[in-house]
Design a protein around this ligand. Structure first.
Ligand SMILES: [Zn+2]
Length: 322
């Protein structure tokens, strides 16, 4: 008994202060990026189905939200737009008076230092809900690149700091980098949704984006059975000029976050998606889970896996909890 054990890990877990002192990973509000959904219209703050406490915001209601974001100490937001009309070529995407462009200008007036990132995709803007132009019943990769180029230049003109293509088209980063540089926007960064899986965890988001999709996105988003492909996608996007690499979703893909993060020197973003958020909210409403504890544990795990930036609908709540 006297010889055993010399090493006792419990010594360093004995008090809260000891535990705090040696914690390897600490979640900070500055790790988080907050997604915002903007819509046309007046005085709209409408709760999104399946995403309690998340809203569609009209431009005139943004000051209330941006004030809360500023007070929370959140550094960045990701904008998603719901257009007035959907069409074959996603035209509102590259309309200087589109909803995202209006929101960028408005936010930059309210809070100039806030990092404004924009989701760049076609799915909310096309009448078939696909992330690219449909041609002969297929999503046409190269025709889509053309629209993405016009869109990022238009977002940059409105004042975006970061553009974030989420459509998983081949060559999208190179095409966007070229278009931005040709138009004197070499300081606008690209956050690539480099490793985006075809996931059932996006469920509530589809209603948030009022998406018209029938069918699925498996011909361009990744198969969740694959891991090597994640490294390939990440490497390609890095070579094409991405400034950040994103993995989406986050919680069921911690191994992917870890592997991608050890394969690059670029900062990794991870998207804690709507389904992950909704599950915790639903369990909390039933009294089955402690929302605060579960959310902080999940976000810390995402950071521990290697994410530098975490996109999460819980960002405003987290600012109150930390
Ligand atoms: Zn899309």
């Amino acid at each position: 008994m006297s010889f055993f054990p010399v090493t006792r890990p419990r010594r360093l877990r004995r008090t809260a202060m000891l535990r705090e002192q040696i914690a390897e990973v600490k979640l900070n509000i500055t790790d988080l990026m907050y997604p915002i959904f903007v819509v046309h219209g007046q005085s709209i703050k409408r709760e999104i189905n399946g995403m309690p406490n998340q809203y569609h915001w009209s431009i005139d209601r943004l000051p209330e939200l941006i004030k809360a974001i500023k007070e929370a100490g959140i550094l960045s937001v990701m904008l998603f737009g719901i257009p007035k009309t959907k069409d074959k070529y996603a035209t509102e995407n590259y309309d200087s008076n589109g909803i995202v462009q209006q929101a960028i200008r408005n936010i930059k007036m309210l809070h100039p230092e806030l990092i404004v990132a924009t989701d760049v995709c076609l799915c909310a803007y096309t009448n078939d809900g696909h992330c690219g132009i449909v041609h002969n019943d297929e999503v046409d990769n190269d025709q889509t690149l053309d629209i993405l180029q016009k869109t990022v230049v238009c977002h940059a003109q409105a004042g975006a700091d970061i553009v974030a293509p989420s459509g998983m088209m081949d060559g999208m980063i190179q095409a966007m980098r070229y278009a931005l540089d040709q138009n004197d926007f070499n300081q606008v960064a690209i956050m690539s949704y480099a490793v985006k899986y075809a996931s059932a965890f996006y469920g509530p988001f589809r209603s948030a984006c009022d998406c018209a999709l029938k069918g699925d996105r498996k011909s361009y988003q990744m198969d969740f059975r694959n891991k090597k492909e994640a490294l390939k996608e990440a490497k390609m996007d890095e070579e094409e000029g991405a400034d950040f690499l994103m993995v989406k979703p986050a919680l069921s893909y911690l191994d992917i976050i870890q592997d991608v993060s050890s394969s690059t020197t670029l900062p990794i973003a991870a998207y804690h998606v709507s389904g992950e958020y909704a599950m915790v909210k639903a369990a909390f409403e039933k009294g089955w889970l402690d929302e605060r504890a579960v959310t902080l544990e999940a976000l810390t795990a995402i950071k521990r896996a290697g994410a530098k930036v975490i996109l999460t609908y819980s960002a405003l709540d987290v600012s109150k909890w930390l």
